[in-house]
Design a protein around this ligand. Sequence first.
Ligand SMILES: [Zn+2]
Length: 329
Amino acid sequence: MSAAAGAAAAGIEAIEPLRLLPWQRVTWQRVSEIAARDRLAHALLICGPRGSGKQQFARVLAAALFCRARDAAGLPCGQCGDCRQVASGSHPGYMAVSPEEGKRDIAVEAVRGLCERLSMTSHDGRAKVAVIDPADDLNLNGVNALLKTVEEPPPGSHVLLISERPMALRATLRSRCQLLRLPLPPRAEALGWLAQAAGPGVAQTKLDAALDSANGAPLQALQLLRDGGVELQQGWRVLLDGLGAGGDPVGAAAAIGEDQAGPFLRWLFVYVLQLLRNPGRAAVPHHELGRFADELVENLRRLEINAKPQLVLEALLIRWRLLAQRAHS
Ligand SMILES: [Zn+2]
């Protein structure tokens, strides 16, 4: 790992697990006002773009539901036993489910187990909090397993559902949840936060590039800085520009590599959206960009159902070259 990447990694670790991210304060204020009126629903749908800090928000909220030393804003103290256990994921009343490694859906057994634990009365009558991350990965069985708990919540239970695409969730589930929408910060605020989190010595151009690639989402930008994604994506930009100048799509596909096909397609999708918003910058004819974005989505889906990554890459890059050459002609 380079020194810069190391510094950035130190930055991401420095995000305190129970501290609200600065751009989440308005949403938090809303939550604490609702809670003060005793109107907080048992099931909350925490949604927002990738990199907006939904997990962080859910963890702070969970800690606040346990902590007995909250501050005036209703935020958890971060120091007590409850807070520390939530931060480390070891709190007996705190449970979380996600898809298992390599699986697309959250296993229905995991959802059932979680509902069972929520229904058991805790010995001290204290809260229980279940986090489903992401709720987008619940399949029909998972949703059905969860519905009863959400419809008739056991006393003291809270279900926090995390979602990037709340409108794609089944209406039966969504309609029973209180919606909390997390915003992305304005660009200047995002850059300020990113500079601080990444640590000293990261060039402004690199911070800008990371935030662009992350579509303005600070946590995702920090992740890109941390894992060398910015350099990788700059290399992809060079490959695309090379295709416009008559480069070889098959060679470019090989240079990207099979294991990076998914990340490359997702990056290219964001890049195409940026080109759509800035007509002057288009490397391919502007009127073709929308259709190309649709093709990217379709190909991402094909990758998920085991299409050969190399073939997907080659076909898309051949198409990109065609479009780029048309823009130049
Ligand atoms: Zn506490």
